[in-house]
Design a protein around this ligand. Structure first.
Ligand code: ADP
Length: 192
């Protein structure tokens, strides 16, 4: 299985690129942000709990997210996929450890972490722009966006160090046209 983590700060283009990569390589796309928003839309207990954190720009607690991801990995076989592209997960070292264990149970592992590099000014600009049409309240308020970037720097960036210990991280310039960035990501996967 080709299991890839698409890594990067909020607004770095993970969702856009993951949607294109999943088509090209026949991957199962797992976006914890999308899964959480679906839970909120369906007004589940999990969704209502997660919403409080998301609206405040904070990470949702590990236990909630890890629990949510558990069953999805099995869909790879059910849907005849070649692997998984993780988007927005893992976001903490505890989540990364849980993911490693989950994949090990299925006799597989992470093959590569593709890390999109985008500077902070560009991130804020992109998220505010997305907020105009996405309806996502967490995209519309500059203070919430700042909080998300801070959460990223303190809790999520260490995930890159975790995978770097195993030489799995490849940085990709996240500025340029969508197709240029897609080409760079595609080449990195083809060279695995
Ligand atoms: P973005 O990366 O642009 O912020 P996402 O849709 O990936 O957008 O995430 C939106 C929000 O959902 C995050 O700010 C966070 O509150 C929550 N979230 C998503 N994935 C995770 C995760 N793996 N762990 C904790 N919280 C998460």
């Amino acid at each position: 299985m080709i299991n890839i983590i698409l890594f990067g700060p909020p607004g770095s283009g993970k969702g856009t690129q993951a949607a294109m990569l999943k088509e090209h390589f026949n991957l199962l796309h797992i976006s914890t942000g999308d899964l959480l928003r679906a839970e909120i839309k369906n007004e589940t207990t999990l969704g209502m709990e997660a919403k409080k954190f998301m609206d405040a720009g904070q990470l949702v607690p590990d236990a909630i997210v890890i629990n949510m991801i558990g069953g999805t990995v099995d869909e790879v076989n059910q849907k005849n996929k070649s692997g998984i592209i993780f988007d927005g997960f893992p976001r903490t070292v505890a989540q990364a450890e849980a993911l490693d264990n989950l994949l090990a149970e299925k006799n597989t592992s992470i093959k590569c972490v593709l890390s999109l590099v985008v500077d902070e000014e560009e991130l804020t600009k992109r998220i505010l722009e997305r907020g105009k049409s996405s309806g996502r309240t967490d995209d519309q308020d500059e203070a919430t966006i700042k909080k998300r970037v801070l959460e990223y720097r303190t809790k999520t960036e260490p995930v890159a160090n975790y995978y770097a210990q195993h030489n799995l991280v490849k940085e990709i310039k996240g500025i340029g046209s969508i197709s240029e960035i897609f080409e760079a990501l595609k080449n990195a996967i083809e060279n695995l």
